[in-house]
Design a protein. Structure first.
Lengths: 199, 199
DNA sequence: CAAATTTTGTACTGACCTGTCCAATACTTC
DNA sequence: GAAGTATTGGACAGGTCAGTACAAAATTTG
């Protein structure tokens, strides 16, 4: 029927996601996006409509990419509640190191970066993140309730409070990593946070 | 000798700080800075050399402004160690609400915002923040050691680990606030974090 | 009051920004 | 192989960016 694309849309989206993730929304120009994806301007605008739309899709993809394995961990019936939270923290640290820049510096978490840089001015991004937060808190409550039942989590605060605390701890780990904290420090923060769950 | 300035440099710096704080470095144009400070371009460039220099001074001022009362709290010999950490958390929540936008949304913490948006690309800003972090961690260790001695802090991890945990918790609270958490949620996160100090 | 000096407003510069346009290209289907 | 159609590259457009130039204004000192 017509000339087909010579690029893979998903790969391009991944490259754009990575660019926004590492450099932020404002500091990533459309030229940067062309170079990161290997596409020309026409292909980018033809496929993704606008920089803002591309960002929205990149953020949505990031959220999907991260939330699936995290949900698996938090719903893993083979682990105690406490072990699920611990495994989640471990995964946060691992991904934090999996996706660093070549110079070894942390690029943090696109969700956190977007909350801080953009969410106040971008209702669409804020909505994506808010929905993800609701889901994430729900999954955390599942694991925390399981821990309460299996006896590994003895803190008497309600599951919602604990879930928000765990979530905040993850945010704090992300910021600490971007501020230069090494692996041992991040693990130490996580371990200390776990202390709060069995006081 | 010559024509004097009609504006107060410190007030202008405060206004610029506020603009960077609320909108980030990239999204704040020099035009925005003129409007925020009430100065013309000439006055801004004459006084502050460049946008980047102005930002550096604004960040330094922010750090000074915040660290002084926080140091007072953490070194307050009239309080137990645990009470000092609790008071610090309270102060974080209070300032979080003292400096909101007119629409009620949080502008977070300029230090956290800068770590996330800029620090990887701006060594000067990163250095300012790193120095502040060292001081902050030192002050936290002072309070935590005091708590260990007075019996209010019983967690057996070393003071550095606890200090980094408390610091990360503050970062997490800041991110949570920008993601929309209300006062009760922030207080709940802080209270849960305190549980970790006496497990 | 005049000279010296700094501030201030305005216009300007060149670069870069996002997004569009269009012709050339390449592929599919008939 | 021809017709039709979507993709592609590159030039282009209008606006905004940080920063500069310069002359007019304002104030102090002599």
């Amino acid at each position: 029927m017509a000339r087909p694309r010579t690029f893979d849309e998903e790969r391009a989206l991944d490259a754009a996601m990575r660019a926004f993730w590492a450099n932020g929304y404002e500091a990533t120009s459309t030229q940067d996006l062309c170079e990161a994806t290997g596409l020309g301007r026409s292909s980018i605008y033809n496929t993704f409509t606008s920089k803002h739309d591309l960002f929205r899709r990149a953020l949505a993809r990031y959220i999907d990419l991260m939330s699936v394995p995290q949900a698996e961990i938090l719903e893993d019936a083979g682990r105690s509640g406490m072990e699920r939270i611990r495994a989640l923290f471990t995964r946060i640290v691992d991904t934090e190191y999996e996706y660093r820049e070549d110079d070894g510096t942390s690029i943090g978490c696109l969700t956190v970066n977007t909350v801080v840089e953009l969410a106040r001015r971008d209702p669409e991004a804020a909505a994506l993140i808010e929905r993800d937060l609701d889901i994430r808190l729900g999954l955390l409550r599942v694991a925390l309730d399981a821990g309460r039942r299996d006896g590994t989590i003895t803190n008497r605060r309600d599951a919602d409070a604990l879930a928000r605390f765990v979530n905040a701890t993850i945010g704090g780990m992300r910021v600490s990593a971007q501020a230069g904290a090494d692996r041992a420090t991040l693990e130490s923060i996580a371990d200390t946070a776990l202390d709060a769950l069995r006081p």
